[in-house]
Design a protein around this ligand. Structure first.
Ligand code: ZN
Length: 203
């Protein structure tokens, strides 16, 4: 299983971190060991002083494929949920400055959390999927798939030019504006179309 992540897929988020608007998807990956198991304790990692949440729509791949054309891409995913791409922002900023890979900041244990997948039914409007993220009962992020720079189909097609997609792979599709810090004791909750999908307390 692969965890594929997209960076800078919303204009307002690229701007808030001072990044250029990409002309091609920014792709990175997390290993299987990054997977957070639902209801397990989530501990603040000791190597960072600036742990950020990034709430994102997550797709589930249901068919093996490579060189997938955009017009066929929707056959390759059949589930959607929301997740958190946990990021050690202080480490990422340092690595970015030095032009080094991001793994230490993005791919650590428990850095990929997501809820139960909802089946994508026929007629599902993939251009209007709403999600939001609540920290300590306050909504801090709101997103809609209609605001993504690269659509689900475009992402699946583009990723598959470089990496074979396999059944069970997941794609984090990027975060909207409003990313921020988490601290010990915070209660984090991610919602898909108003339904709570994932709840984590930072310990
Ligand atoms: Zn992200």
């Amino acid at each position: 299983m692969k965890i594929i992540c997209i960076g800078r897929n919303y204009i307002d988020h690229a701007k808030e971190l001072g990044n250029e608007i990409p002309t091609e998807p920014v792709i990175f990956m997390k290993p299987k060991s990054a997977l957070y198991q639902a209801h397990a304790p989530f501990y603040y990692p000791e190597f960072t002083n600036e742990l950020h949440y990034e709430c994102e729509l997550v797709l589930r791949i249901c068919k093996n494929g490579k060189y997938i054309q955009e017009r066929h891409a929707s056959n390759y995913y059949n589930g959607i949920t929301v997740g958190i791409d946990f990021t050690a922002r202080d480490i990422q900023n340092e690595l970015k400055k030095q032009g080094l890979p991001w793994e230490k900041a993005k791919a650590f244990d428990n850095s990929a959390a997501f809820g139960k997948f909802v089946d994508i039914a026929p007629g599902f409007n993939k251009k209007n999927v709403q999600f939001h993220f609540v920290k300590n009962r306050e909504t801090v992020q709101k997103g809609n798939s209609g605001d993504m720079i690269f659509s689900f189909d475009r992402l699946v097609s583009n990723i598959s030019q470089y990496f074979s997609l396999n059944i069970g792979d997941v794609i984090f599709t990027g975060t909207p504006a409003g990313v921020g810090e988490c601290s010990v004791g915070d209660e984090l909750e991610a919602f898909l179309e108003g339904n709570s999908m994932l709840k984590i307390e930072v310990k």
